[in-house]
Design a binder for this molecule. Sequence first.
Ligand code: NAD
Length: 544
Amino acid sequence: MPAPFAGVRRAPPAQNDPNFTYAPGTPERAALKSRLDEMAGERLDIPVVVDGEEVRNGSTQTAVMPHEHAHVLADWHKATACDVARAADRAAIAQREWAGWAWEDRAAVFLKAAELLTTSWRQTLNAATMLGQSKTAYQAEIDAASELIDFWRYNVAFAEEIYREQPVSTHGTWNQTDYRGLEGFVYAVTPFNFTAIGGNLPAAPALMGCAVVWKPASSAMVSAYYILKLLEAAGLPPGVINFVPGDAVDVSNVLLDHPQLAGIHFTGSTAVFNSMWQKVGQNLGRYRSYPRIVGETGGKDFVVAHPSADVQELAVGLVRGAYEYQGQKCSAASRAYIPTSLWPEVRDRMVAMMKDIKVGDVRDFRNFMGAVIDKKAFDKISGYIDDARKNASIIAGGGCYGEAGYFIEPTLVEAKDPGYRLLCEEIFGPVLTVYVYDDARWLETLAIVDETSPYALTGAIFARDRRAVVEAASALRNAAGNFYINDKPTGAVVGHQPFGGARASGTNDKAGSKMNLLRWASARSVKETFAPPTDWTYPFMAEK
Ligand code: NAD
């Protein structure tokens, strides 16, 4: 193909999407409501998509509304082992051409997708996220629209920075770094809880010249399918991102055994990530290259308050941090350490706020919370609440109502034992457990926070005393990949707080950053010599 362009191009600067409020009377509220009505009245038939070709092989599963689980939004076709193997093969072929494109042309696809998402596609993706994943209008907006737009725009800016990074050269030589996309295919596996992650995990490797086989989460199928359609509308060539909904274990068995597996881009639970890594280890001899493994996994995110904390700021941070999106954010506050001197007031203010929280169908905009994602999550979370009834004290909430939708009240638990399981294990629901500590034991409490759970994703300190901030930031340095001072531990913004955790929370490659994009490039160093030597001997060899 002849080169279509000459010139060192500059991508548009990345700008964060300014999200809408959806306050009464705004045009975006009316547009979203009308799209919700339309989409709730449809029943999609979602295919497997391999090399741009839609495959419907008859074995289907339904996607429902978590807040009205009798309501079917879509039937989605499950990929067979044969479809999955074909997706891997076709991706590896498509990758050769795609990696040969000028990076600016690949980038243009994602910039166009971001633009479409700011405008004509915005309410489709928001409504899909509200109906399919039970997010409120605002939670859908900051995820499905703003965060995904930000990922696509910032990734382009970061890719440009990477490509501009070139080695030094001298007069007689020219040294260059060629950032090659990974040969073969990258396996992207996405979680249910963020539509933006669904759009970022396949797109980031693709931007860098990789081809992808994407297995979306079964419980976020509607938004995932619309992301694929949006990327197609933006001009993504067939075969670059292949869409294989299906049984997770069956899909993984085919892809993790495939010799062309070049990488895994995963977000989800720690146990699943560990099982995939183990399988890769067992299969190491099979692969053409060492697969790059990137995984952002579970969390048990903490808020620790110093006796100098502002009580109202702390109470608001806890309520928003723990209960927005039903606590189903990997960053959600799920354990808090409050000094005895503050606890009665913090508790009373939180309980008062929680009394006003409405839980219900997200199409009713007065609700602050929707339903949890599915029956499995509902049973797991209610099991933890039952445990708290027996072994701790429920201060507020605790109600679980699964008949029409999977609703769980925001729940506040007080535990006396800092090793109690609700203070250690990831629950992934609207349950916040508090441990009240003696004010005099501040430093010991920081050590408890650090050692209590295997995770290290997000955490927050509330204090007005700067010395306490320094002590907490130091004692908890390895306890969180995203650390907040006088703020809730959720709501990271692309480009502002690159997101990811260490320990059992993942490889900490920071989604939506240069660090992440570098994992999808395999550098080739190229040295060109303009005047190659013509004499094989060296001066030191002369006798005099
Ligand atoms: P999950 O682990 O159940 O599923 C994630 C993905 O893995 C889904 O696509 C699922 O189908 C797939 N999967 C499940 N079993 C598999 C297997 N055996 N082999 C291969 N793939 C398999 O997680 P989820 O319930 O969708 O999401 C919640 C989890 O994700 C929580 O643990 C949360 O902390 C984590 N999370 C982490 C981050 C982060 O940035 N660290 C962000 C979002 C979610």
